[in-house]
Design a protein around this ligand. Structure first.
Ligand code: ADP
Length: 243
């Protein structure tokens, strides 16, 4: 469904991605692991052009985009196929939970308001926040705010949801509620690419693990292979530090 080919990205003279290839099938939960600074977030942001890669190709179903000459219509098609969940939620603080979810539907996708509200209510119910639709972000816990952000992501019915360290800004007691919503989405067959340090999530929910270091993929495979029988020294070192 989604393929990244030979993605390169540098910030000034700091080469952050040095030729990354990833394939994501429909229904996959791909977890990207790796030490801090290895390029995981940048890679995720390059998928939906939050960051523009310097070189490479993105194939999304029948859309084949060469990043160097991607047109704005191609970029907007890719953006419409994806939703992004940020580390710091990125909610509008002056909008209620419901309005945060309807905003993108009404403004970017031109869904009529009444229909947008109906879709948003379903999405909020899915993340267990039906009783919070009129709350502003400041009245919600971090875990609830992130669940609103997840509702916003599922409301646009994307082909893939990109999660950038979705629990790393949360107090430990609030990570569970977010991870359990993500697990439920995975069970429903929603395709996800997740950057996380939550090893239990990676082990239990991912069907494919990608281990990155220094802007390249060192090793990838099913979780049982990567966690129990890693082949590469750098993977072994990383896992021994984190597990
Ligand atoms: P990871 O997610 O694995 O921690 P990142 O993709 O966040 O790695 O960062 C990889 C490198 O890219 C880091 O050295 C970081 O400082 C640099 N970097 C990331 N974003 C920017 C940016 N917008 N401008 C300059 N450097 C950046």
């Amino acid at each position: 469904m989604l393929e990244l080919i030979n993605i390169h990205k540098a910030f000034k003279n700091n080469a952050v991605l040095k030729g990354v290839n990833i394939k994501v099938k429909k229904g996959d939960v791909v977890v990207i692991l790796g030490p801090s600074g290895s390029g995981k977030t940048t890679l995720l942001r390059c998928i939906n052009f939050l960051e523009r890669a310097d070189k490479g190709e993105i194939i999304f179903d029948d859309l084949h985009v060469n990043i160097n000459n991607a047109s704005s219509s191609e970029i907007s098609k890719i953006r419409k196929k994806t939703a992004f969940v940020f580390q710091n939620f990125n909610l509008f603080n002056n909008k209620t939970a419901l309005e945060n979810v309807t905003e993108g539907l009404i403004v970017a996708r031109k869904v009529p308001k009444a229909e947008a509200i109906e879709i948003a209510r379903k999405a909020l119910s899915k993340v267990g926040l039906s009783n919070r639709e009129n709350y502003y972000p400041s009245m919600l816990s971090g875990g609830q705010q992130q669940r609103v952000a997840i509702a916003r992501a599922i409301a646009v019915n994307p082909d893939v949801i990109l999660f950038d360290e979705p629990t790393s800004a949360l107090d430990p007691e609030l990570t569970g509620e977010v991870l359990s919503v993500m697990k439920q989405l995975a069970r429903e067959g929603i395709t996800m690419v997740v950057v996380t340090h939550e090893m239990s999530f990676a082990r239990d929910v991912a069907n494919h693990i990608v281990f990155m270091d220094g802007g390249i993929i060192i090793e990838e495979g099913p979780p049982e292979e990567i966690f129990l029988n890693p082949r590469e020294e750098r993977t072994k070192q990383f896992l021994s530090r984190i597990l």
